[in-house]
Design a protein around this ligand. Structure first.
Ligand SMILES: OC[C@H]1O[C@](O)(CO)[C@@H](O)[C@@H]1O
Length: 370
């Protein structure tokens, strides 16, 4: 694990330093990492609800949509169609194991560069697709990009950010994800208006824009001081810390980074240690919070919102616009939580979010059963 500015007591020290160009650039690159992830979550549901896309790649689904007396829920019942969407997550899962080692051994920059490049190829392949194979391979490559970007970008951001801005900037990554989802939904709504029927290509090519920004960012941005220390370049790390913080007075922070790196090197059996009873609460939280957050099915909504609205009888534009509204609520709710988190604390927000999701799930179930 990367060392940070957390000292042994868990308190965050107020080190010297200002918000430099490096920090601003790190935020921009981090934002593009989140945007790419969000864009890929949001784009697939829209294009899979567009008729020209279905006619080209999934004609049997389009045929079913046209038959008048059919059960709505069966129209999109195609394993191939859903694998177009879900192959991204599968590839991201596998890639994240490699990404974690790459981020540690070769540095955050290399991981971001790999992520950005694979993303770019995936987006181009998807936009230029002439058959289903190209679509699925493109989507798998986007997933690999997500795996690398999601490992390296938040770590890069945390390590570049001054300690006092760290929490806020990390939430910025989540905000960027939600903005990415919304942008994809808006792009889908716009491209669906193109009468010639190639709008889906523009939607899919769209992922290339943030990918390109991420590649350029990764090429020009420096590696983090933490990563340099981890890889044994102490002098380089000190100089980098001075540049990043915009001051020569970095002794305190540098010393803490060295100590944190030493401590983490001394841990011989991290997997065995985390199983110890004293770490049980941390272990349970680290597994259960993301597990249940994903198990709420949020991505079923995010992936399939336009298709879902279409199957309940909405027209093309109305389905895409309803997805935009869902995305907008997601962005606004993220902004509200960013603004409230320091005032009300993590626990209250966590409880309130959980209760709200429970109520919403029950309501959606009732609605779908009618
Ligand atoms: O805002 C919702 C989005 O945020 C994530 O949970 C990532 O943190 C995504 O899986 C989801 O689509």
């Amino acid at each position: 694990m990367a060392g940070g500015a957390l000292v042994s007591t868990g308190e965050v020290k107020d080190y010297a330093g200002k918000v430099t160009l490096f920090v601003i650039m790190a935020c921009l690159v981090a934002a593009t990492g989140g945007l790419i992830f969000g864009y890929d979550i949001g784009v697939s549901g829209g294009v899979t609800s567009m008729e020209p896309f279905l006619a080209k790649f999934f004609p049997s689904v389009q045929q079913k949509m046209k038959s008048a007396h059919e059960n709505n829920y069966c129209k999109f019942n195609s394993q191939l169609l859903t694998s177009f969407t879900s192959s991204l997550y599968l590839a991201a899962l596998i890639a994240s194991f490699f990404a974690s080692a790459t981020t540690r051994v070769l540095g955050r920059k290399v991981s971001m560069l790999v992520g950005g490049l694979v993303f770019l190829v995936g987006a181009i392949l998807n936009g230029a697709a002439t058959n289903v194979e190209m679509l699925i391979i493109g989507r798998l490559l986007l997933g690999v990009g997500v795996g690398f970007a999601n490992q390296s970008v938040p770590v890069y951001l945390s390590e570049m950010a001054p300690a006092k801005l760290r929490g806020a900037l990390n939430m910025g990554f989540q905000l960027a994800i939600t903005i990415g989802i919304l942008v994809a939904q808006l792009v889908n709504y716009g491209t669906n208006q193109i009468k010639e029927g190639y709008g889906w290509r523009i939607s899919l090519y769209g992922a290339a824009v943030p990918a390109f920004i991420m590649i350029v960012g990764a090429l020009f941005l420096p590696d983090t001081p933490n990563s340099l220390i981890e890889r044994g370049h102490q002098e380089k790390a000190r100089k980098m810390l001075q540049k990043v913080r915009g001051t020569d007075n970095v002794d305190d922070e540098f010393q803490d980074l060295i100590e944190a790196s030493e401590v983490s090197k001394q841990v011989e059996h991290p997997w065995r240690n985390i199983m110890e009873a004293k770490y049980r609460p941390q272990l349970i939280m680290a597994i259960c919070i993301p597990f249940f957050q994903q198990l709420t099915g949020i991505n079923v909504i995010m992936f399939y919102a336009p298709v879902l609205f279409k199957t309940i009888g909405f027209g093309d534009d109305a389905s895409l616009m309803s997805a935009v509204i869902t995305g907008l609520v997601n962005v606004v709710a993220t902004c509200v939580s960013i603004l409230c988190v320091d005032k009300y604390g993590r626990r209250l927000l966590f409880l309130q979010g959980g209760a709200q999701m429970l109520i919403a799930q029950v309501k959606i179930k009732r609605f779908l059963l009618v």
